[in-house]
Design a protein around this ligand. Structure first.
Ligand code: SF4
Length: 444
């Protein structure tokens, strides 16, 4: 049986695309391998969010060609879309598929690379997927592209205009994951709030349809730009299957910097949105992205940003020190910030982010929540095993228990006991958990 090796750099969206192509390759009779050496086709989903990411993408392509010189090499993703000519000239590349043609990638590898379609003994619909990044959670790409032009962003250039998948194709994919035992889907896209803008639908209608037409226990959102959300959006969270957490990239806590970034959402609207969510949804957790050291960011602007971030409060903050990306407007802005200043500001924001995270976790101690326990446990010296999982509002938890109980990929009511570094120790209710043989342990 011919085998395909799929790998991605960069964002969750690139991951979600791999999962979908894996299902498509299986439906034409290909097996998915984790060993590039075994593959007759290698697909590399590249990234170009920074110059460094593009360099790493080229490195991965060359590495896999060296390891499997006979394999057909398919290169796609943001680097391949922005530098199509250059990607085509890399030794070993047989096919470059730009982002705008990603939906036809599997068909193109068949037609352009003339790879044979396997006989019908291939996997049938409902047959377990051979490729899932983990057993618990699947990323679902619902749309691609973005109509906005934030000045630091290359993604909008690389991924083009907004294109939404149909409800039907998304629901089919979700039902496939349910059949595979997946407990949680993560709705991903470039501008998720813009879902449906091109097909007369919207994010509310889509999620409502997924709730109505699938049995998926948990629905989570990946990163969602804090605008273009349908008016009644937060009523979705009244359904316990919709997880009370959103990652809403703010990028800066100062309007003057947000203007230079050409961000649609300023501090007042962002605060209104978060307050609306918190009023509506108990235990709602907001996480965010912040860029420090954006061109022209003065000491006053940075301090103002810190004050605003502290006022709003976040469960987690991804911090990025600004790095110019060729091809973006921001790279051509004046007054770029010196490295040491960026480093100092990152550290200050890290300290604040840690304080806010501890406060968010402490708020939930003593509560009993449905934790999704993930993956294989780690063996502990005292003979117990440690499981790790996530609460509905995306707090990371752990539990040390007897190896006779298997929590992998189970949603179990658990009591949140105490904060320990960046996790919460939890006690799962093992009443309904059958005693099983020794679990498969995480390799040391
Ligand atoms: S909204 Fe997001 S994807 Fe669109 S341009 Fe801005 S940062 Fe990029």
């Amino acid at each position: 049986m011919s085998k395909v090796f799929l790998t991605a750099l960069g964002c969750r969206l690139n991951e979600a695309e791999l999962q979908r192509w894996a299902q498509e390759y299986q439906s034409i009779g290909y097996a998915i391998t984790q060993q590039p050496e075994e593959a007759s086709v290698i697909v590399v989903n590249t990234c170009a969010v920074t110059g460094e990411a593009a360099r790493k993408s080229r490195q991965v392509i060359r590495k896999h060609h060296r390891k499997s010189p006979k394999a057909k090499m398919v290169v796609t993703g943001c680097y391949a879309s922005l530098e199509e000519q250059e990607a085509n000239e890399i030794l070993g590349v047989d096919l470059v598929v730009p982002n705008t043609e990603k939906d036809q990638l599997v068909a193109m590898t068949q037609s352009v690379l003339d790879i044979p379609t396997m006989p019908a003994m291939a996997t049938e619909p409902g047959a377990p997927a051979l490729f899932a990044r983990n057993k618990e959670r699947a990323f679902i790409k619902v749309q691609d592209g973005c109509r906005y032009r934030c000045t630091f962003c290359i993604v909008t250039v690389a991924r083009g205009d907004e294109r939404s998948r149909t409800h039907e194709s998304i629901i089919d994919e979700v039902n496939q994951h349910v059949a595979d035992g997946i407990q949680e889907i993560v709705i991903a896209g470039v501008h998720v709030g813009g879902y449906g803008s091109d097909i007369d639908s919207n994010l509310f209608a889509l999620v409502q349809d997924i709730l109505d037409k699938t049995e998926i226990p948990r629905i989570r959102f990946a990163s969602v730009e804090p605008w273009d959300l349908p008016d009644n959006f937060f009523t979705l969270f009244e359904n316990k299957r919709v997880m009370p957490h959103m990652h809403l990239p703010l990028q800066s806590g100062t309007d003057s910097v947000l203007r230079r970034m050409a961000r649609r959402c300023k501090t007042a609207e962002f605060e209104r949105l978060v307050n609306q969510a918190r009023e509506h949804i108990p235990d709602f957790n907001v996480t965010t992205d912040i860029i420090v050291g954006f061109p022209g960011e003065s000491d006053e602007e940075f301090v103002q940003s810190l004050d605003y971030i502290e006022k709003v409060g976040f469960g987690h903050i991804h911090i990025f020190a600004y790095s110019p990306r060729e091809g973006t407007k921001a790279a051509r802005l004046p007054n770029h910030i010196e490295g040491p200043i960026k480093k100092e500001r990152s550290q200050k924001l890290h300290d604040l982010a840690e304080k806010l995270k501890q406060a968010e976790m402490s708020k939930h101690l003593g509560k009993e929540v449905d934790v999704l326990w993930e993956g294989s446990p780690q063996q502990l010296e005292n003979g117990q095993v440690r499981y790790v999982g996530h609460t509905p509002n995306y707090l990371r938890v752990y539990s040390d228990i007897s190896p006779n109980f298997n929590l992998s990929n189970k949603i179990v009511r658990s009591k949140l006991m105490l904060v320990s570094k960046d996790m919460i120790e939890a006690i799962p209710d093992l009443t309904d958990i059958e005693k099983e043989g020794a679990p498969i342990l995480l390799s040391q």
